[in-house]
Write a protein that binds this ligand. Structure first.
Ligand SMILES: [Zn+2]
Ligand SMILES: [Zn+2]
Length: 364
């Protein structure tokens, strides 16, 4: 099968690999759609602490497809099922996992990081990931490409729920990429009074207007705090969600909150930085600062349900689709900020796939 494989920082190659052998309790998924995440780009450039030097890894964790083989009978799953897979597999034993927070498990495994991921024709879901609830059936009629987006969407759901958006709230989203777009949709769904979106450049702002943003702020060289205060009559916003990896944006977010405002630092900064937050403002204005990372399987179930019931429409989020063989172009497109999501499809001859699969079955 064809797979996009990380070999070392800066080196991702598309190569032929054997179809993974299916062991007892495993599921083999024929990947039908995947999408490129910032995490894929980061790993491709800088590697990951869970990928040892010299180790090769199939990237990709936003993925949906069809079960084509099972390692024996597996309760609840059968060949032909349309499924999506959540990336973070918790250990199942720690305090976080016990609370259903597999995204916070210190001892996690993850597809596209410590396990081979979805930028391949086939994805092997090991038995332990099946047992820990990482495989979800797709709602009827949901296209695979949208199902793949349920993963980043679920992270945004967690991010919005963490700051409790409601009908009285003016909400600012900083960053107009896919995460910003999902967040706008969710703030709208939560009944936000007004949604402002700030972004450095114009291009993505124009796209995001269609997802429910009321006010677009092109920051450029302007002061974000001043721009938001000007838009809100000096009051500031009740909720800010930072979907841009910038220390300045994090510091600004504390300055532009209204009294009792809440901020979620959604985007990480990568390396540790002293941001210099105005904690006096946090104290005297009674602000709430929080952060979220990833999503739990419970969040994902909610997200998939919202998408499946068409409470949100993700159909326009993938703005360009690439064949797996052109993964380098897909990464470049994702990094450019020209569109929203880069989709990946696996274009190939079905007959060839079948014979490969038979070989895999013979090995299993
Ligand atoms: Zn992702
Ligand atoms: Zn755990």
């Amino acid at each position: 099968m064809t797979a996009a494989v990380f070999r070392e920082p800066g080196v991702v190659v598309v190569e032929g690999r054997p179809v993974p052998a299916v062991g007892p309790g495993d599921l083999l998924i024929k990947v039908r759609a995947a999408s490129v995440c910032g995490t894929d780009l980061r790993i491709s450039r800088h590697g990951h602490f869970k990928i040892a030097p010299g180790q090769h890894r199939v990237l990709g964790h936003e993925v949906a497809g069809e079960i084509v083989a099972t390692g024996g009978p597996i309760e609840g799953y059968a060949t032909g099922d349309r499924v999506a897979v959540t990336p973070n597999v918790g250990c199942g034993r720690c305090g976080m996992c016990r609370r259903g927070l597999n995204n916070m498990c210190p001892d996690y495994e993850a597809f596209g990081v410590s396990l081979d991921g979805g930028f391949a024709e086939y994805l092997l879901v090991p038995a332990f990931a099946v047992q820990r609830g990482n495989v979800f059936h797709l709602p009827a009629g949901l296209p695979f490409a949208q199902a793949a987006l349920a993963e980043p969407f679920s992270c945004c759901l967690r991010g919005v729920q963490a700051v409790g958006v409601g009908p009285q709230d003016d909400v600012l989203v900083v960053g107009a990429g896919p995460i910003g777009a999902f967040t706008v949709m969710l703030a709208r769904l939560a009944g936000a009074r007004r949604i402002l979106v700030a972004n450095r450049s114009r291009g993505r702002l124009d796209r995001i207007a269609g997802y429910g943003a009321d006010t677009l702020i092109e920051v450029g060289d302007r002061d974000l705090v001043a721009a938001v205060l000007a838009q809100t009559g000096g009051r500031g916003v009740d909720v800010a969600i930072t979907a841009a990896s910038s220390p300045q944006v994090q510091a600004d977010a504390v300055q532009l909150l209204a009294t009792h405002g809440r901020v979620n630092f959604f985007a990480g900064l990568g390396a540790r930085v002293d941001v210099g937050l105005d904690t006096n403002r946090v104290h005297y204005q009674g602000l709430t600062l929080t952060g979220t990372t990833g999503s739990s399987n419970a969040d994902y179930a909610q997200a998939l349900d919202l998408i499946g019931r068409r409470r949100v429409d993700l159909s326009t989020l993938v703005t360009r689709t690439f064949d797996l063989a052109d993964i380098a172009d897909a990464f470049a497109y994702a990094a450019s900020g020209a569109g929203m999501k880069a989709g990946i499809t696996v274009g190939r001859d079905a007959l060839e796939a079948t014979s490969e699969l038979e070989q895999a079955g013979a090995r299993a």
